[in-house]
Design a binder for this molecule. Structure first.
Ligand code: COS
Length: 385
């Protein structure tokens, strides 16, 4: 096992680190208050190629591999989480269905726009009655001549309000559902009958919006079935494979945030004086810092190993990706809790970023598959072996 980071990835990480320090961190609090990322920053993200980390080079992406993506997300997650979320759907759930299952024409038409960030893509699976039970979606698609007519409501759609296109999952055969009855469609925002609904009010993740998407007899050309005609009814597998892939990067996001919280906590513990000495000299604080660092170390090893397995062996890593997601996100939530404790009253105040990390990290145990779903996936894979 050689965990040396290749030179090209080190360079990429350095670039992102500088970008976080010089451009993102200084406005992180402003973005939090205004709940909006300035266009100028989105433009810089595009210039750095951040929207196309996972897109094949032939379609204009950087295609830096699973480890590369994890390293970039780790760095980007040391500031306000909305920034990595802005690029997250283009690199992950909003593009990978097309990368893995799309036709050549679909790849040629959509991937270059996604990779450059000219278009934002999103992933429309969740509905009020279909969260963890993804196969229970109620949105339907009915073939009418050369078009499919989509009807239904999606919710909690990350980047839904800014998206130019969505990969949408709809029922095409009620009896078959997850086994042959769900189809994935590429829907452009200009298609008739496609509307953005309410922007949802959340606990955190300000600067990143989730919204409803409404399909009211939305007409989608036949050629926009992901993978074309032969893939009608095969959309559930596309959704599951897409989610499998995203779980590693979600672990990386949690890891980056935890690392930042540890650094903030160490810095604060050294300068905060109580009872006549820095609180870092008290064993109660030292033990929290030690626990944070140890759990971060363990998380990093499993994340890099799973990414390495995927990159070098081409392993599907379904089980490992779920392990990474559940372990790293739960670890980061524990770390955030300890960080608030180290900061004491100041950890609860909006003047410092610790409380923001605490709120934002809470979501990582829920979206892109709850901790419970990850455990279910791990157990199923184990029992298959
Ligand atoms: N890769 C490829 N295909 C898969 C797959 C995977 N990881 N998982 C399932 N499938 C396909 C299989 O073809 C399967 O059929 P067969 O068993 O005949 O091969 C079919 O899908 C149905 O699978 P399954 O029986 O496992 O479906 P379930 O309804 O039991 O659901 C879970 C499985 C719970 C794993 C799924 O609903 C899930 O992942 N839920 C969480 C959804 C989620 O993450 N939502 C977050 C919001 S979107 S950001």
């Amino acid at each position: 096992m050689d965990f040396t980071i290749p030179e090209n990835l080190k360079l990429m990480v350095e670039t992102v680190r500088r970008f976080v320090k010089q451009d993102l961190e200084p406005v992180s609090q402003q973005v939090e208050e205004e709940d909006f990322i300035p266009e100028e920053l989105v433009r810089k993200m595009r210039e750095l190629g951040l929207f196309g980390l996972s897109i094949p080079q032939e379609y204009g992406g950087l295609d830096i591999g699973a480890l590369g993506e994890c390293l970039v997300y780790e760095e980007l997650s040391k500031t306000n989480a909305c920034f990595r979320t802005r690029i997250g759907t283009n690199n992950g759930i909003g593009s990978q269905g097309i990368v893995m299952d799309g036709t050549k024409e679909q790849k040629e038409k959509y991937l270059p726009r996604i990779a450059s960030g000219e278009w934002t893509s999103c992933f429309a699976l969740s509905e009020p009655e279909a969260g963890s039970d993804a196969a229970n979606i109620q949105t339907t698609a009915e073939l009418k001549g050369d078009h499919w007519a989509l009807n239904g409501l999606k919710h909690f759609i990350t980047n839904g309000d800014v998206a130019d296109m969505a990969v949408v999952f709809a029922v095409t055969d009620r009896k078959k559902r997850a086994r042959g009855g769900i189809t994935a469609f590429i829907v452009e925002k200009t298609f008739p009958g496609f509307y953005v609904g309410a922007i949802e009010r959340k606990m955190g993740m300000r600067g990143s919006h989730t919204s409803e998407l409404i399909f009211d007899n939305c007409l989608v050309p036949k050629e926009n079935v992901v993978g074309g005609e032969p893939n009608v009814g095969r959309g559930f597998a596309t959704a599951m494979k897409t989610l499998d892939k995203g779980r590693l990067t979600m672990g990386a996001c949690a890891l980056g945030a935890a690392q930042k919280l540890l650094e903030l906590s160490v810095g604060y513990a050294k300068q905060r004086v109580q009872f006549g000495k820095p609180i870092a000299e008290f064993q109660a604080i030292q033990f929290m810092l030690a626990d944070m660092a140890t759990q971060i170390y363990a998380s990093r090893q499993m994340l890099y190993h799973a990414a390495w397995l995927r990159d070098t062996k081409g392993t599907s890593v379904i089980k490992e990706a779920s392990m990474v997601k559940v372990y790293c996100t739960e670890m980061a939530n524990r770390v955030a809790d300890m960080a608030v404790q180290v900061f004491g009253g100041m950890g609860y105040m909006k003047d410092l970023p610790v409380e923001r990390f605490y709120r934002d990290l809470r979501l990582t145990r829920i979206y892109e598959g709850t901790s419970e779903i990850q455990r279910l996936v791990i157990a199923r894979e184990l029992l298959k072996e």
